[in-house]
Design a protein around this ligand. Structure first.
Ligand code: ITT
Length: 198
């Protein structure tokens, strides 16, 4: 099997996590940029898996390496699952997460703990050099906090509170987050599938 993986993402926060989680696979993990691939991909799927496959297929057309992609999002039950697959586009791609996070906190003003349930969901897609396509999914359950807390991670991490840790995912170390996160779980499942194929 090819020993090189190109990870199809433009999100620097994801890249850091993915490189740490895949480190023990013994394969070289390159970003699109490092692989010299510069393409714009329209994410027009309606599920995380569809969008992850759209990204992985687009990049697989440009390289012989294994290609993986991540599509993920935050689902808030009180908001009917918003922002979900639109998490990156919520309030506009260029709007800061300080603004997005505080806006979500405002939308949950007065909502008690038991109705603040939410989850991060991550689908990982892989396209192998022989054309085989694989997907895995990971989920982590939590609550939407009352204020932002923590500087680690990225995106919605400062408002995603884990009752069992008493902290947000932005207050966890990188190692702690990767052990319990949606991305960590989905990538562990993907590693198993790759290892099974040698
Ligand atoms: P690529 O498509 O280039 O990978 P993206 O940021 O556009 O980058 P997505 O379409 O998958 O990626 O959007 C996922 C969004 O969900 C991401 O931008 C964050 O806002 C949020 N998100 C996903 N995982 C997260 C995490 O671990 N911590 C905080 N926010 C996360």
């Amino acid at each position: 099997m090819q020993r090189k993986i190109v990870f199809a993402t433009g999100n620097a926060g994801k890249v850091k996590e993915v490189q740490a989680i895949l480190a023990d696979l013994g394969m070289e993990v390159l970003t699109m940029k490092e692989a010299g691939i510069k393409i714009d991909i329209e994410e027009n799927g309606s599920t995380y898996e569809e969008n992850a496959l759209i990204k992985a297929r687009a990049v697989a057309a440009c390289t012989d390496a294994i290609v993986m992609a991540d599509d993920s999002g935050l689902e808030i039950d009180y908001l009917g699952g918003e922002p979900g697959v639109f998490s990156a586009r919520y309030m506009g791609e260029d709007t800061s997460y300080r603004i997005k996070n505080n806006h979500l906190i405002q939308r949950l003003a007065g909502v008690p703990d038991e109705k603040r349930t939410a989850r991060f969901v991550c689908a990982i897609a892989a396209v192998l050099p022989n054309g085989e396509e694989l997907t895995t999914r990971g989920i982590v359950e939590g609550l939407i906090g009352y204020e932002e807390a923590g500087e680690n991670g990225f995106g919605y991490d400062p408002i995603f509170y884990l009752p069992e840790f008493g902290r947000t995912t932005a207050q966890l170390s990188a190692e702690e987050k990767n052990q319990i996160s949606h991305r960590g779980r989905a990538l562990e499942l993907m590693k198993e599938q790759l290892r099974a194929r040698g």
